[in-house]
Design a protein around this ligand. Sequence first.
Ligand SMILES: [Zn+2]
Length: 171
Amino acid sequence: MDIVKYPGPVLRRGGKKVQDFGPALTQLASAMLETMYASKGVGLAAPQVGSELDLFVLNPSGDPADRSGERVMVNPEILGKRGKELGEEGCLSFPGLYAEVERATAITVRYQDLAGQVREEQLDEFVARIVQHELDHLRGVLFVDRLSSVEKLRVRNRLTDMERRALAAKA
Ligand SMILES: [Zn+2]
């Protein structure tokens, strides 16, 4: 699968609630996982592969040989947040760009698995950060929207560069 890069318009569209938990959904999730591993990522949301479904995949190890932390979250929502912490983030839709983002340190998330089963989990540290980043994708929000003004200034040229290149590719 190809990953949609910034400023691809689908990245702003967000996801729609998944109703159909059939084999097509499982297929999409496993293709997304393979794409994520191949790109050395730790999370990937459906809009990043051009789909408008409300789901993302993640694995904090980023290692296809260690799938113990692998998760597929369908129709996720955050029920509660605790603490705040700055940490460095990147995004497969922004190759080579890293910036400090403030996120909650711990979250309670409710989602459905691929069978449609509702699950609730308390997560903290890195995996909580990934979930918050990926859930943003499902609302059309990107990590560069959440930067401090200093960080925004620091990455501004890189973003302008990506926007110009996308325009040039279209022309
Ligand atoms: Zn991302």
